[in-house]
Structures are given as structure tokens and as C-alpha cells.
Design a protein around this ligand. Structure first.
Ligand SMILES: [Mg+2]
Length: 248
């Protein structure tokens, strides 16, 4: 840190590591002015979308393709899966090959009249997330109206500093670099002080390549080397702060 920055910090009354050194106090790097950031995925990380929500979205997407591309149910379902496999999101294939309006598609395929009954979650998660030191950002490939609605159901809405949905990253979903880079720039993240928590390995690999630590939410016994820690539930995170460089 430059002297000029030190003096500016002192003038602002900030108690950074340099200020502590001047006062003769030893401060270990990373323990002062904790500025770490957690970046959480939503589906199958903070709740279980597999039993009810994912099947509902798939049905809605197939129906959308049937209606707007004049396909029968089998062809619509096959195209939905083909685009999902090829581009990581059905939406990207629709935008590229059919000129689909992303806002229209996402709104009509993410309607949940009984969302509270469809979300499967451990409601003790609220206490876990509240206890974690540092900034918390949600980064989901889902649309914003859905992400906010699920956070409300989970009781987590007030605990997140920012919510990044697919429309906030110019429809560049994880694991595409463009979405990550936009998030990093907008939030002024320091990747080395950020932890990505996700159930998707491609997403974690991308985060790791950008310099973040990674938490894989999975019950698989073995994790690839770009995974910093594996947990079966986000509730285990408070025990792993040292491993993740997040001990405030
Ligand atoms: Mg997920």
C-alpha cells in the first residue's frame, strides 16, 4: 500500500493495517477491515429445486416452445434440452436461433402460483447465512423476479447485499466469463477475497479460474481440485471460514 493511500486512509479515520502498524500493533494480513465476499448460487444451493421447481420450469419452457415455435410436445421438449446442453441455457439457443425476447420468455416460464409450497429448504439456513462474516451476493442464472421471490420464501432477502439475475449480466449466465466479469466489475470484487458457493462444477471451475475460492454443494464423495471445500449443505459453512479465507 502506498504512503499516499495510507495518509488518505488516516485522514478518513479508517483503521486499516497500515494505521495499526503505525500504532505499533501487529495485525495479521486479512484479519483487519474484513472485506471478503460470498457469492451464492440459488437453485440447489440455497434450496432444493429438483422435486418441484425444475420440473415445473421444464414444463413451462416446453409449452412456451410449443406455442411460439409451433412445435408438438415431443419436438419442443427435445429442442429445449438440445439448447440447454449446447448453450447452458435454453434461453441462449432461443435468442440466437429464433430471436426470442428474453424478458418475455423468462417471465412466462417462471410463474409459480404456489412457490412457497414448491420450495424445499432448510429454514435454519437463515441463521447460518446471517452468521457468515462479509458481503453476500446472490448470482443466479434465473430471472430476477423469481430469484427475489425465492429469497423471500427462504427468509433470506434482507441478508443479501445484491442480487444478480441473468438479466443483470446481459444474459451471459454462469459459467460464461462475461457474466462473472460483469459481476466482478460492478461489485468491485477482489476475486482472491471472494468465495463462490454453487452446486454446479462448471460454474465453480470458472470462478476458480478467475481467482476465487470455491464451495461445491454436493453429496458426491470426491471433488475436483478446483473445489476448495465440498459441503453437503450450506449450513456447514460457518465451520469452514479458515479454509475459505473468510474468518473475519
Ligand atoms: Mg444451482
Amino acid at each position: 500500500m502506498s504512503a499516499r493511500r495510507d495518509s488518505r486512509r488516516a485522514a478518513n479515520g479508517a483503521a486499516g493495517p497500515a494505521a495499526a502498524r503505525r500504532a505499533g500493533t501487529a495485525v495479521a494480513p486479512g484479519t483487519h477491515r474484513f472485506r471478503g465476499t460470498w457469492i451464492f448460487d440459488l437453485d440447489n444451493t440455497l434450496h432444493n429445486a429438483t422435486p418441484h421447481i425444475f420440473p415445473h420450469i421444464s414444463r413451462c419452457m416446453t409449452a412456451y416452445l410449443q406455442e411460439h415455435l409451433q412445435l408438438d410436445a415431443d419436438d419442443a421438449s427435445a429442442l429445449r434440452i438440445k439448447y440447454w446442453r449446447r448453450y447452458g441455457a435454453t434461453l441462449l439457443g432461443l435468442m440466437r436461433h429464433h430471436g426470442t425476447d428474453p424478458g418475455h420468455f423468462l417471465w412466462h416460464t417462471h410463474q409459480f402460483p404456489e412457490l412457497a409450497r414448491m420450495v424445499v429448504a432448510d429454514h435454519a439456513l437463515v441463521h447460518t447465512v446471517r452468521r457468515l462474516p462479509g458481503r453476500k451476493i446472490l448470482f443466479s442464472n434465473s430471472p430476477a423476479h423469481y430469484a427475489h421471490a425465492v429469497l423471500d420464501v427462504l427468509g433470506l432477502a434482507s441478508l443479501f447485499d445484491s442480487v444478480y439475475a441473468i438479466e443483470h449480466v446481459r444474459y451471459q449466465p454462469k459459467p460464461l466469463r462475461g457474466g462473472f466479469r460483469r459481476l466482478i466489475a460492478q461489485e468491485r470484487l477482489v476475486p482472491g477475497r471472494s468465495v463462490m458457493v454453487d452446486d454446479s462444477l462448471p460454474n465453480l471451475r470458472a470462478a476458480r479460474l478467475l481467482g476465487m475460492r470455491t464451495v461445491w454443494v454436493s453429496r458426491e464423495p470426491r471433488a475436483p481440485d478446483y473445489v476448495t471445500v465440498r459441503v453437503s449443505s450450506v449450513r456447514q459453512l460457518p465451520r469452514l471460514l479458515d479454509d475459505l479465507g473468510m474468518a473475519g
